[in-house]
Design a protein. Sequence first.
Length: 132
Amino acid sequence: SFRKRTKMYFEKLDDFLHHARMLARHRSWLHEHELSVYMRYGPRYINGSKMTVVDVANVQAKRKGRGLFTAFMDQLEDTNSTIYVENVLNERLCPWLERRGYVSAGELMMPSYYRLSRVAMEMADTGDLTAP
C-alpha cells in the first residue's frame, strides 16, 4: 500500500539524517520499491554563504505521478533542513518546486533549487547567512 511504502521511506530518511548529523557529512541512496533517491548531507555555498544542506542529487522513479516523491519531499521538508535539489532535468519539477517555496539557485544549464530552513531564513533576515 502507499502508506506502507511511504512509511519505509520515512524510516530510511530518519536514519539518513541521524547518521548525517552525527558525521557532519554523509551520502547515500535511499531505495524503496518504485523510488530511489541519492542524497548528500554537508556544506554547500548558497548566495555566497556556506550552509549545511541536504542535497537531493538524483531521483529515479519507476513510474512517475504516483505521489511517492511528493510524500518523500513532504517528509524531508518537515525536518526543517535547508534542502538543495540539484540539476533538475524533469521540466515539470521546476514549477512544482517553485510552488513549494524553492528558489532557483541560478544555474543556467541544469537548474537547481534550494529552500532554506526556518533558522537559515531568520539568519538571512538579520544578514548573518552562516547558517546551519
